[in-house]
Design a binder for this molecule. Structure first.
Ligand code: SAM
Ligand code: SF4
Ligand code: SF4
Length: 345
């Protein structure tokens, strides 16, 4: 992540949005079964032979950086399940022009890996944590791993991975009564928490709009107890709107993908574990870059394929969903989407 290499000619999609962020799913497997993401016990997993090797991921990441990507986030499925993940971090951390390298994890295995990941050059981590109540955690993830998750989060801090951000998806009637406890936990321990509106990702979470708790409701609940002041987004393409607490202790963010969609500033591409470039979280298919790599394509051929995919991108699913929700015409199952586990969050 040192000096800037000469970028390719600026790449923009059909709506004028640059490609600045890349989320790389390193595996579609996960050891949790979160009700909002991966509720089924079994999925049709990607064949292991189809999963990109670390060398293939690094080659692609380098080309994406040449095209303007500044931030890479490793995700999944559960990325720490990928054997030797720290070796990938070492390779990516060396890429010229990459400004930020982050990991999104459920943290259940982070305690065992935090030291190796920190040594490999990982600077930032986002952890999914929807409750700190043991029984509810088990109900939401169908695993009894809360103690390991908390151990992992504190372990990461000890090894100097900062900031550790917590992400909580809020579902009505499930964990909306945990919001204040999560805020308090974060303020006491120096975490930056972001609440995420529940979305209709994938095809199996049976999303209905009533179970989504809006940004407005989340903020009202927090503000009643801990008054807030809006700071805004980190930059115009950042999904979270941030707030500081008026007493000066900590910050909180809300990602309002459903009620305040941010498609117009969306600069995020996604690379699936089997090497498909996906231009929207709600896409039904991707552009197969692995096929090109394994057919022996040159870097310029691959860059050409990425350019073509991105320059023709017109995705604005969340904006369209809001329009349809307002007119009462939205049906989440009206189109088959790729699963969140293969796309990464
Ligand atoms: N397993 C890792 C984790 O949970 O952090 C990384 C992958 S997970 C798919 C990435 C992010 O997607 C998590 O922050 C998770 O909360 C979010 N996510 C999954 N399903 C969601 C949904 N239906 N609505 C909103 N966010 C969701
Ligand atoms: Fe696994 Fe993350 Fe999805 Fe939960 S949110 S099921 S931890 S991939
Ligand atoms: Fe980006 Fe698609 Fe999400 Fe809109 S719906 S913000 S285009 S990923």
């Amino acid at each position: 992540m040192a000096s800037q290499s000469a970028p390719e000619e600026s790449l923009k999609d059909a709506l004028g949005r640059p490609l600045k962020d890349l989320r790389i799913s390193v595996t579609d497997r996960c050891n949790f079964r979160c009700s909002y993401c991966m509720p089924l016990e079994k999925y049709e997993w990607i064949d292991r032979r189809e999963i990109l090797s670390f060398e293939e991921i690094t080659r692609l990441a380098k080309l994406f950086v040449q095209l303007g990507v500044e931030d890479v986030r490793l995700t999944g499925g559960e990325p720490i399940l990928r054997h030797g993940l720290e070796q990938l971090v070492v390779q990516l951390a060396r890429l010229d022009g990459l400004k930020d390298l982050c990991l999104t994890t459920n943290a259940s295995l982070l305690g065992q890996k935090a030291h190796a990941l920190a040594q490999a050059g990982l600077k930032r981590i986002n952890v999914s944590l929807d409750t700190i109540n043991k029984e509810k955690f088990q109900q939401m993830t169908r695993r009894d791993d809360l103690a390991d998750v908390l151990g992992g989060i504190f372990g990461a801090m000890r090894y100097g991975i900062k900031p550790v951000k917590l992400n909580s998806v809020i579902q009505r009637g499930v964990n909306d009564d945990d919001i204040l406890e999560l805020v308090e936990f974060s303020r006491q321990n120096g975490f930056w928490i972001r609440f995420i509106e529940y979305m209709d990702v994938g095809n199996s979470n049976n999303w209905v709009s009533d179970t989504m708790v809006s940004k407005k409701e989340i903020l009202e609940k927090i503000n009643e107890r801990y008054p807030l002041q809006e700071i805004g987004r980190n930059d115009e393409s950042a999904p979270a709107v941030n707030y500081s607490f008026l007493d000066g202790i900590g910050k909180v963010g809300v990602i309002a993908s459903v009620t305040e969609p941010f498609c117009s500033g969306c600069t995020r591409g996604r690379l699936t574990a089997d090497g498909k470039l996906v231009t929207c979280l709600f896409s039904d298919q991707g552009h197969d870059l692995k096929k090109l790599i394994r057919q022996g394509a040159s870097d310029q051929d691959i860059i050409g394929a990425i350019r073509l995919a991105w320059s023709t991108r017109k995705d604005r699913y969340s904006e369209e969903r809001l329009e349809a929700l307002k007119s009462g015409e939205y049906r989440p199952d009206s189109r088959k989407k790729m699963e969140m586990i293969s796309l990464g969050g």
